[in-house]
Ligand binder design. Structure first.
Ligand code: FA5
Ligand code: MG
Length: 430
């Protein structure tokens, strides 16, 4: 873990999160803005697009996914604070994987971080004994600021495992037959660019014949879901087949692994990652002699495509002009209300050393501006020829989604951004 930039003196000895008190250490980088999101539980609010999409997928899988039912436990009984063992080790992440770094993930302290994906609960979910399950929750990642990136978003994880004995294999074949029957293939145009090779291999202990059946079940299940979401739910004309593309991918906890893209409004969009579950994960869950598939998909991304919601901040809006649009419980097209004026301000500073982490800048802007920041972009980076000092300039675009901001209000926020930059990053404002 790289050291946090926060000066040790500015760090309180402990922090309060969801009613608990946790000691801090030199890795602590969770911010007040992030802590304030933890109690929101968008996935459980009727009439919220995240909840609507979750319910739609759950009922699809329970009608057409398989002859067996999918267990759908509520995320309320799974803490978003997980150990590095849950989020990484149990999922076979190598010790030097970038996802573990302080730059990419929010740590409470070295023993506890916010889950960066729903896969963090795979072992618990497999250990619960259900062969098929779906799990939806908030996940947290440090990232840039723009209309499609927000440090909190929602994923749904799904999995199905089958016994490797004769009965289990019969279930698997039944599953394939059933899923094929429920998937009207002629409305789908599938480009399958995947191959099994040294880069995306079978697992050593697996029987390729059995794995091929698992992969067929996975592909049918996912293609059926996408057909349901992007054609039936989005009301896309049946005259055009839906184009779906399967490409090879890498995840430490599945092999072979795939990513699935959908062609929508002229672009290929990555919707989910998936693959054949690593034996190691099942062993940690004490599941023996089984083999199966898992996937993880991004709910905001799919909801934004289906409803044309233009900015990911809107999912957090309390404005009735947003929320009332989905009160019917359907993913109807979003009717934008007027866009309020934007206000750009530049933040220029001299660095104290060779570099500064951009995610540290983004987090402090979020702490000062909350959802009033629309995007942040690096517009200048130069080194002074005489003293070799490096200067960066970030352009911050402030805009509210529900009202006009006054110039004084934006100036006040921007002044706080500059002063927090000095305190947290040790930079010299220009
Ligand atoms: C994962 O998180 C894996 N855990 C997925 C997985 C599960 C693979 C089970 C294999 C088996 P990835 O980081 O690619 O993978 O994210 C999965 C999906 O989450 C993406 O396809 C995308 O739809 C969504 N997603 C990822 N990052 C963001 C983001 N910053 N904003 C919105 N959606 C995102
Ligand atoms: Mg990905």
């Amino acid at each position: 873990l790289r050291r946090s930039l926060a000066a040790p003196t500015s760090r309180p000895p402990s922090i309060e999160i969801l009613g608990g008190t946790y000691p801090t250490d030199e890795t602590t980088n969770i911010t007040p803005s992030i802590i304030s999101k933890l109690p929101e539980r968008l996935y459980s609010r009727p009439g919220h697009p995240i909840h609507i999409l979750k319910s739609l997928i759950e009922s699809h899988f329970n009608q057409h996914g398989a002859p067996s039912t999918f267990h759908c436990p509520s995320a309320d009984s799974f803490s978003p604070l997980v150990t590095p063992k849950q989020n990484f080790d149990d999922l076979s992440f190598p010790s030097d994987h970038p996802g573990r770094s302080l730059q990419d993930s929010y740590y409470v302290n070295r023993d506890l971080l916010l889950r960066t994906h729903t896969s963090a609960h795979e072992v618990e979910l497999f250990a619960s004994g259900h062969n098929s399950w779906l799990f939806t929750s908030d996940v947290y990642r440090r990232d840039e600021i723009d209309a499609s990136h927000y440090p909190v978003f929602h994923q749904m994880e799904g999995a199905s495992v089958f016994s490797t004995n004769v009965t289990g294999m019969k279930d698997l074949v039944d599953n394939i037959e059933y899923t094929r029957y429920a998937t009207d293939q002629k409305d789908l145009e599938i480009e399958d660019l995947t191959v099994i090779n040294d880069e995306n291999p079978y697992q050593l202990d697996h029987d390729p014949e059995q794995v091929d059946l698992v992969i067929e079940s996975l592909k049918l299940s996912i293609n059926g879901l996408l057909l349901k979401l992007f054609r039936d739910a989005a009301g896309v004309s049946r005259a055009d087949p839906l184009r779906v593309r399967w490409i090879p991918a890498y995840f430490p906890f599945t092999t072979p692994s795939y990513e699935v893209e959908v062609f929508f409004n002229g672009k290929w969009l990555e919707i989910l990652g998936c693959g054949v579950v690593q034996d190691a994960t099942l062993q940690h869950a004490n599941v023996k002699n089984k083999l199966g598939w898992a996937f993880g998909l991004g709910l905001e991304r799919i909801a934004m495509i289906l409803t044309s919601i233009p900015d990911i901040r809107l999912f957090w809006s309390k404005d009735h002009r947003f929320l009332s649009q989905f009160s019917s419980g359907n993913l109807t097209k979003f009717q934008p209300y007027s866009k309020y004026p934007a206000c750009y301000k530049d933040l220029s500073f001299w660095l104290p050393g060779p570099t500064v982490e951009h995610n540290d800048v983004f987090d402090l802007v979020r702490d000062c501006a909350g959802d009033l920041v629309e995007n942040v972009e690096l517009i200048d980076d130069f080194i002074h020829p005489k003293n070799q000092k490096r200067s960066l300039c970030f352009r911050i675009n402030y805009r509210s989604m529900d009202r006009s901001l006054s110039n004084e209000e934006v100036n006040e926020i921007h002044t706080r951004v500059a002063s927090l930059s000095k305190d947290r990053l040790g930079v010299e404002i220009r």
